[in-house]
Design a protein around this ligand. Structure first.
Ligand code: BG6
Length: 509
């Protein structure tokens, strides 16, 4: 029997708080970095808030030989370090830890042990045969794990449900994404596949939908008639140090732009869905992605800029350049910065460009969406009077200082007319005196409830690749190295020139 879900005032009215069913969650890559840093801390935090079903267990799967006790000890330290409520509550931990188990699986060996173990746990804990599988291994292992699940009949057992959560990267181009979906479909139906993009679990990202569709004042101006352009920035001050091997093969486009950044784009650009359910919301996101004008190899130069960070300073501290990292091959052209200009060829957005930007080693960590409105049609005030006036801008601050601000012109309180831009500010933390849940808490709970609204559907992921593939291909074929930028700057000068050609400038978040 599941215990009651505590109503969370932040999410009240957003989605139906349905109790998660009893279930066993099986994490492949159970001893890996993602499990230790994100998944288990999120599950512990859900347990602390009594949001997990009472009949619930986690079975970690890995290649190492380890006992349940050893696994629990390993995770205790990881959770103590990464939970959002530190120090952890040892009483909560003890009862949570009793539901953690470990099974060793090597290649195709061990799946029968896993099956037996799960059947035993169903009997002991009442998990009912319901399974949430989670692929948190390196992506190269995904297809073979799924085939083994099928071969050993682990995925479907009679009346129970089975779902699978798949971590990014989902493929490295359209073709590989399709063949991964095909491998998954051999065992799971599309509505049992939960492709995770943790940006969708962030409260402020979900709030984009609330802002647009729970309020009447924004939607009438959310279009080409009123919006001059949109800027979406995902800036990070961190470099890639510990993940060089992965990153050098991926680059900024595959790592962040193809998924997180395009998700933000889709939520801003989409049409209102007919219902707040998984397929209606995702249908609209897919339509928005489809409406993006395709970039051909010939116009990559006008639509995209890449860059790679060189040595520089972050918050006054010297940092090394990408190329100086020991594991980076000297000939690496991997981009650590991307800027894109997207045109959305539909009724709402024709002629309003979306500028997207992401980079490592930029001056600060900041994710924001800025909707820049057009100037008034007729200027009543003289140029001198409106010297301090900037165009109206609505800024959705996704992180770290979550909130929304609207910039508008106000009269300076002096004799005569002088206009200056001021901001009307909503600060999440000040209005809601609760800590927002971590994205993984939200997404794991949704996967347990079977709500796929915040997960990426196959056609969505394919549209994302369709968009970035020609750009990646043009860059791969280009003989020149990406332009460099000093760590701690806002990217290569080419990125400034790129937007300034259109008579616009990047915002400084
Ligand atoms: C991950 C990328 O998906 O997202 C990382 O692999 C990136 O390179 C991270 O740093 C950004 O996530 P967040 O939540 O820190 O903005």
């Amino acid at each position: 029997m599941a215990i009651a879900v505590e109503p969370n005032p932040l999410r009240a009215g957003l989605r139906l708080a349905r109790l998660p069913d009893p279930a066993a969650m099986v994490i492949f890559g159970g001893t890996g970095d993602l499990a230790s840093r994100k998944l288990l801390p999120a599950l512990y935090d859900l347990a602390r808030q009594r949001l997990l079903p009472q009949a619930f267990c986690v079975v970690g799967v890995g290649r190492a030989d380890m006992t349940d006790a050893g696994y629990r000890q390993h995770l205790h330290d990881a959770v103590a370090e990464h939970s959002r409520s530190r120090p952890i509550d040892e009483d909560v931990w003890s009862s949570f830890a009793e539901r953690l188990f470990y099974v060793s699986v090597k290649e195709d060996q061990g799946y029968d042990d896993l099956k037996r173990r799960l059947a035993d746990l169903d009997g002991e804990l009442g998990t009912d045969g319901d399974r949430l599988f989670y692929l948190a291994t390196p992506p190269a292992a995904y297809a073979s794990i799924v085939r083994s699940l099928g071969r050993h009949e682990l995925a479907h057992n009679g009346t129970s449900w089975s779902r699978i959560v798949v971590e990014k990267p989902f493929g490295r181009d359209l073709e590989s994404a399709r063949s991964l979906s095909q491998a998954l479909h051999e065992v799971f139906a599309e509505d049992e596949i939960f492709r995770i993009d943790h940006y969708l679990g962030k409260e402020t990202v979900q709030n984009i939908l609330v802002l647009r569709y729970a309020n009447s004042i924004f939607e009438p101006v959310w279009n080409r008639r009123y919006v001059d352009h949109v800027q979406i920035t995902v800036a990070e001050s961190l470099g890639v140090e510990e993940r060089t091997e992965y990153y050098d093969r991926a680059g900024a486009m595959r790592d962040v732009v193809q998924n997180h950044l395009l998700q933000l784009f889709a939520l801003v650009a989409m049409e209102p869905p007919a219902a707040f359910d998984a397929n209606a919301v995702r249908d609209e996101k897919v339509k928005a992605l489809r409406a993006i004008r395709k970039t051909t190899t010939a116009d990559v130069g006008d639509r995209a800029v890449r860059g790679q960070y060189a040595a520089g300073f972050i918050e006054g501290e010297p940092v090394t350049g990408y190329h100086d990292l020991a594991e980076v091959p000297p000939e690496s052209h991997t981009e650590t910065f991307v800027a894109l200009k997207l045109f959305v060829d539909n009724w709402r957005w024709e002629g309003t460009p979306f500028y997207l930007r992401h980079g490592k080693r930029l001056p600060k960590r900041s994710t924001e969406i800025a909707i820049r409105f057009r100037s008034v049609p007729h200027q009543l005030f003289s140029e001198e009077q409106r010297e301090g006036l900037e165009p109206n801008t609505l800024v959705l601050r996704i992180q770290p200082e979550e909130g929304i601000s609207l910039k508008f012109g106000a009269k300076v309180p002096v004799q005569g007319v002088r206009i200056r831009s001021v901001a009307m500010d909503f600060v999440y933390g000040a209005s809601f005196l609760v800590d927002a849940p971590d994205a993984y808490e939200t997404l794991l709970l949704d996967a347990l409830r079977g709500d796929a609204t915040l997960f990426t559907r196959q056609d969505e992921v394919e549209e994302q690749w369709r968009l970035v593939d020609p750009i990646l291909e043009a860059w791969r074929a280009a003989p020149d190295a990406p332009p460099s930028y000093a760590a701690g700057s806002w990217g290569p000068t080419e990125a400034d020139a790129f937007i300034e050609r259109d008579g616009r400038r990047w915002r400084q978040p």
